[in-house]
Design a protein around this ligand. Structure first.
Ligand SMILES: [Zn+2]
Length: 302
């Protein structure tokens, strides 16, 4: 393959080749649910479809359709909602997928093992194809973008690749502070980020359940941080710093809602969570949109 061909492949939009499905229960709703990945045309982006509702309503995986960010990112359009979309979206971005239809038979994707790995592997098995006539839409910023609220801080700077440096800080002796730096490529994502599972603190479990959350949560799809030990399934922790890796997984999923390839930013995030991720994503999107409206840039960044 010539350099030119290889560059053209990297910069072209992608989708999957074949349809693939997964089944399980929703992490927060506890409902039985089946998710199907289906190839999508160029320039269609990532979209969810509720196949259990009349007319199979579509909900774009875009920032403008975020309706809630409590312990997960929920999308909605009119009456149709999809809860906890971030792990599925993170897997799609981990593979560099631009266009994808995601069909769900309930209001939440299956939790699987609480990580993005089952989704990543399923998408990988579905095969990838490119649209040579459709260049990737990339997120491009001209200068740093920052966001700060209630002790959480985010900073993005222009960069030739996509990198996240995340730090998690908790007032808890087992996980006082964890940091992880991740530079995106599919192999690295599969090995270092995708397997990291969702987690909560033991003292939160009853509260979450009383709020109607974590109804499908168990040690098969989450790690629970106890007062003096971790509660996990038989495999134990997958990484000593699994929690901060999961924060990166979630952030990648939430940033996917910008609807552009993230190659072009380096991000530092301290104490990130879904609500802040979405607010930061909106600022990034606004900065990139403003830049594209400048005539000199517009020709290159349509
Ligand atoms: Zn998560």
């Amino acid at each position: 393959m010539s350099d030119r061909t290889s560059r053209a492949k990297v910069l072209a939009q992608t989708t999957i080749v074949e349809e693939r499905s997964l089944e399980g229960i929703g992490l927060h709703t506890g409902c039985k649910t089946k998710l199907t990945f289906r190839p999508a045309p160029a320039n269609s982006g990532i979209r969810f479809f509720r196949t259990d509702l009349p007319g199979t309503p579509m909900i774009p995986a875009r920032l403008g359709f975020v309706v809630a960010t409590v312990r997960g990112t929920n999308l909605g359009l009119h009456e149709a909602k999809v809860h906890t979309v971030e792990h599925v979206l993170s897997a799609a971005t981990g593979l560099g997928i631009d266009n994808l239809d995601i069909l769900v038979t309930a209001n939440e994707p299956p939790a699987m093992d609480g990580s993005a790995l089952p989704f990543f592997q399923t998408l990988l098995q579905a095969g990838l194809k490119t649209f040579p006539e459709a260049p990737k839409r990339r997120l491009t910023i001209a200068e740093e973008v920052t966001y700060e609220d209630k002790g959480s801080t985010y900073r993005a700077v222009p960069c030739g690749h996509f990198e996240i440096d995340a730090t998690l800080i908790h007032d808890h002796p087992l996980v006082p502070r964890l940091s992880f730096n991740f530079r995106m490529d599919s192999g690295g994502y599969a090995a270092q980020v995708a397997p990291a599972r969702t987690f909560c603190f033991e003292h939160e479990v009853q509260f979450l359940k009383s709020q109607g959350l974590a109804q499908g949560g168990s040690l098969e799809n989450a790690v629970v941080i106890g007062r003096d030990r971790f509660h996990t399934n038989a495999e134990g922790l997958r990484f000593p710093d699994e929690f901060v890796r999961h924060k990166i997984l979630d952030l990648i999923g939430d940033l996917t809602l910008i609807g552009r390839s993230l190659f072009g930013v380096k991000i530092e995030a301290v104490r990130c969570g879904h609500a802040h991720n979405i607010e930061f994503a909106k600022r990034l999107n606004a900065a990139a949109t403003k830049l594209r409206r400048q005539p000199a840039v517009a020709a290159e960044q349509r």
